[in-house]
Ligand binder design. Structure first.
Ligand code: AMP
Ligand code: ZN
Ligand code: FE
Ligand code: FE
Length: 283
């Protein structure tokens, strides 16, 4: 079994890459992929630990992108973390994130919620700062009971401390992933909120533009939705992937390897994904 969607403390996960690999070993996984949000900083440690633990590691990333008015998450697999163009794109995302979180804190202060930027930075460490870090900082202070509450009270779109953030376009991110030697996969299409026909049109368009696969197995996608995606993947000849979207304590209900409990992703899917990579590189 494998898990190709895992976050570490290089983004908003709570465990270090080494701890994640240890957990994956305990769960008896054969292969795992690191997919931190907008960050490649954990890849080196992750791949090293995978080698020592005898687990096949996949170097990946999850990039928040926009396509027309829709935002979505694009996964990149088999990427070279040293690649210059990907580094440049992520550098821009990170600095825009830093700027934006400053504005979020100002807005919170403006509505009478005390919070210091340093308190957020303590939670985020070197990771690109995001709203989950702000939420955790508020929870630590006792200003909210839970991360959920921080979002619903202040941080969600439409709430008073919401600030839009910069995202690269789908094409920019896909190109950066390709230039880093990787292939791209659309993450959890459920979150796009499109109906069946629109989703198919979207996938067909992306597939024509070089998207390699679609994430079918994800804790937010139920069996019916998975079946629908499998059908679309087959018609469009897209690779099928999946993972738990593990975040550690930041999202405790999503467990490594098994998601909500019943996820089983066979190793053969990784083999198929590698074939796509080889085909792409030989073209
Ligand atoms: P950001 O990239 O800073 O805008 O934060 C986006 C992240 O916040 C997502 O990846 C989710 O993990 C998390 N998130 C978004 N909405 C919620 C919510 N209502 N409750 C908890 N976490 C959320
Ligand atoms: Zn996350
Ligand atoms: Fe995601
Ligand atoms: Fe994720």
């Amino acid at each position: 079994m494998i898990d190709l969607h895992i976050h570490t403390n290089s983004s908003d996960g709570s465990l270090s890459p080494s701890k994640v690999v240890r957990l994956a070993r305990q769960a008896d996984l054969e292969a795992i992929g690191i997919t931190d949000h907008d960050s490649i900083d954990g890849i080196g440690e992750f791949m090293g630990e995978c080698r020592s633990a005898g687990i096949e590691g996949v170097a990946g990333i999850e990039i928040g992108v926009k396509y027309r008015l829709v935002t979505m998450h694009l996964l990149g697999y088999f990427i070279d973390p040293e690649a210059v163009s990907l580094g440049a794109l992520l550098g821009r995302v990170k600095s825009e994130r830093v700027h934006r979180i400053k504005k979020v804190v100002e807005k919170l202060n403006g509505i009478g919620v005390p919070l210091d930027l340093d308190e957020v930075n303590q939670v985020a460490g070197d990771s690109p700062p995001g709203r989950p870090h702000v939420a955790l900082a508020l929870k630590r202070k006792g200003s909210v009971e839970s991360v959920e509450e921080a979002f619903s009270q202040y941080l969600e779109k439409g709430r008073e401390a919401f600030v839009e953030r910069y995202k690269p376009t789908f094409d920019e991110a896909k190109r950066a992933i390709e230039q880093a030697g990787g292939i791209s996969v659309l993450a959890h299409p459920i979150s796009i909120g499109a109906d069946c026909d629109s989703l198919f049109d979207l996938l067909r368009k992306f597939s024509g533009d070089g998207l390699s696969g679609v994430e079918v197995y994800h804790p937010n996608q139920d069996e019916d939705f998975q079946k629908m995606l499998l059908g679309m993947a087959k018609k469009l000849s897209l690779a099928v992937t999946g993972g738990s979207d593990f975040h550690g304590e930041a999202k405790p209900e999503w467990r490594i390897g098994v998601g909500l409990g019943d996820m089983r992703i066979p190793y053969v899917l990784l083999g198929e994904l590698r074939k796509r990579l080889e085909r792409k590189n030989s073209n």
